[in-house]
Ligand binder design. Structure first.
Ligand code: KG4
Ligand code: ZN
Length: 351
């Protein structure tokens, strides 16, 4: 069932065509260069850029796939959570295509798409735990099937990716900083006592990462020599051992706090494995540590290749096709759901 996937929830415009679970073609345009000047995503610029590049990317996608618009059977689009104006650009484009081609429209939850696209590379087994770690979210789910899931816990403040990016900003590393912290941490030595493991002295499955930011700010106030004098592209080459050790200790504290909550969740739910996705799932320590945790618990561990961890159109097309095959669709009243609001289960059933 040839399915077009459209992703515009944040700072990447992604399009893809998927057929029978196979990627036929994809295109992706990143806005990192535009936003890096401001040290973070500027929503107004993001939506304007999506509007500008979407038609061009669609042309490129058709050319690469050798498909014509009328071959497309389903149009899947990210409906949220994300930046409202950016989501609306994707939705408008999708609705226009669905209307003009007379094809089915389906709105997809960006967070579940991140997790479930893992099935494209590795066969997921249910029930499983799903940990979504991105720039905007840190969510822990119990996933019973492609269509049945329960949110067990989430961050109460910053997402883990935000913690990475904000610390990177304090150090004057380029935006988005997660990948720079990862590279520096790989060459550092962990001091387990340098930073607290955030929000573990409780019995719940929620996360909180804002405290660790304060701990890093306090540490840097005492060690200002660790801050790069200006936004530094060559940070990896210029960094001294102390900065690397600080990054390694930070990553340790962040990943440990995830591990503690995952172990807690495993006591509550009998599952076959853990799936981890979202941009922060590119982090090398996180990947290694969560694989070890799964091995220790005789569980499978599914983490997509880094290219599929960050935002892309493939995940929307992949999940869109699965939902469409199961008979789900939306009509043209489909609305966008901004960050912070729950995505409603308001599918219509195809008759
Ligand atoms: O999923 P994603 O592409 O966009 C959102 O939906 O948020 O995630 C982006 C986040 C950013 O915070 C970025 O710094 C982080 O993923 N990230 C990493 C790494 N690569 C990307 N964080 C830690 N280590 C990495 N290697
Ligand atoms: Zn994302």
């Amino acid at each position: 069932m040839l399915t077009l996937g459209i992703e515009t929830s944040c700072d990447e415009t992604g399009l893809s065509l998927v057929d029978n679970g196979q990627v036929i073609a994809e295109t992706l345009a990143s806005q990192i260069e535009i936003h890096s000047v401001f040290g973070g995503v500027v929503p107004e610029l993001a939506s304007r850029e999506h509007l500008k590049v979407l038609p061009q990317l669609f042309e490129i996608l058709l050319e690469r796939s050798k498909c014509s618009p009328k071959d497309i059977e389903v149009i899947a689009v990210t409906r949220g959570p994300g930046l409202l104006a950016s989501l609306l650009i994707g939705l408008g484009f999708a609705k226009g295509l669905a209307l003009s081609l007379g094809k089915n429209l389906i709105g997809i939850d960006h967070l579940l798409a991140h997790l479930l696209v893992t099935d494209l590379e590795q066969n997921l087994e249910f029930p499983c735990l799903g940990l979504l770690v991105s720039g905007g979210h840190t969510h822990l789910y119990l996933i019973k099937s492609f269509f049945e899931f329960k949110l067990l816990g989430k961050t109460l403040d910053d997402a883990i990716g935000e913690a990475f990016d904000k610390v990177a900003k304090m150090l004057n590393l380029p935006y988005p900083g997660g990948v720079f912290i990862d590279k520096l941490a790989r060459e550092g030595k962990v001091d387990k006592k340098m930073f607290p493991r955030p929000y573990i002295d409780n019995t719940n499955l929620d996360f909180s990462f804002s405290g660790i930011k304060t701990a890093v700010a306090n540490y840097l106030a005492m060690h200002p020599e660790l801050i790069f004098p200006r936004a530094e592209e060559n940070a990896i080459l210029l960094a001294n051992q102390e900065v690397k050790d600080m990054c390694a200790s930070l990553v340790y504290a962040l990943v440990e706090s995830l591990k503690i909550k995952i172990r807690r969740a495993l006591k509550l739910a009998k599952v076959k494995g853990l799936v981890v996705a979202g941009g922060v799932a590119c982090n090398s320590v996180l990947r290694q540590e969560l694989r070890i945790l799964c091995e220790e618990n005789n569980l499978k561990c599914w983490i997509p290749s880094p290219k599929l961890c960050t935002d892309n159109g493939i995940m929307i097309a992949y999940l869109g096709e699965i939902f469409a095959k199961a008979g789900f669709k939306h009509d043209l009243s489909l609305d966008a759901i901004p960050r912070g609001r729950t995505i409603p289960w308001d599918f219509k059933k195809r008759t």
